[in-house]
Design a protein around this ligand. Sequence first.
Ligand code: HPA
Length: 269
Amino acid sequence: MLEKINQTATYIKGKVSIAPEVGIILGTGLGGLVREIEQQEILEYKDIPNFPVSTVEGHSGRLIFGMLGGKKVVAMQGRFHFYEGYDMKQVTFPVRVMKFLGIKQLFVSNASGGMNPNFEIGDLMIINDHINLMPNPLIGANIKELGPRFPDMHSTYDPSLMALAKEVAAANSIKIQEGCYVGTTGPTFETPKEYYYFRVIGGDAVGMSTVPEVIVARHMDIPVFAISIITDLGVPGKIVEVSHEEVQIVGAKAEQKMTLIMKQMLTKL
Ligand code: HPA
């Protein structure tokens, strides 16, 4: 795997002039942040050696390099999900590559279903912990050059980045929630009892991404900030039918707030 990561990073370095300091992974329908990136240099996933190709509607599949909030960034517009049939090494491969490109922080976004009864559709939630219900991406031989066999998962979500996000949200009068993200494989949304179960075990929101990428970033000691847009509710009495289209519509509305927070955080890093 090391050889593949090196090969891909070397290819990318030969194609773009920006050496990114921060990596950004954009969730379902949340690609709008890329419009704010200046001095863009773009690589299509299909042209990048060893990169999987994104298949889901709403994920266009490009790496966008440029400046955001005065920082050099690389944004993944479109991510790889386990439910698409990729294995966990493929799902997390871009995070390995971003580390080799030199990122010092990783920002992650996603759309999720809220189980916390205080949440409303369209809320933003800072992820402060997770419960992993997917296969662990670190299963298999450990590559010690990348990180330890048994990575610590305390402070998985960087406390100073969370504090900065709250400060920025408050300064802009943006309502912000905070909580635990439950990562499931999907592709089914939850039954009412599954939402209830995820609430009982300590979850505030549930989704089908993020956790694998975060685990791999932490394996390599990259500080992580993650934010979720609550696109539907799995709260007893408030559960309504949920569709991928709806998730994208709500996501698109809330993403302006998320973009503003991420951009101002970058400025203050
Ligand atoms: N469950 C799982 N994944 C999701 C949801 C949900 O309710 N909403 C958006 N992604």
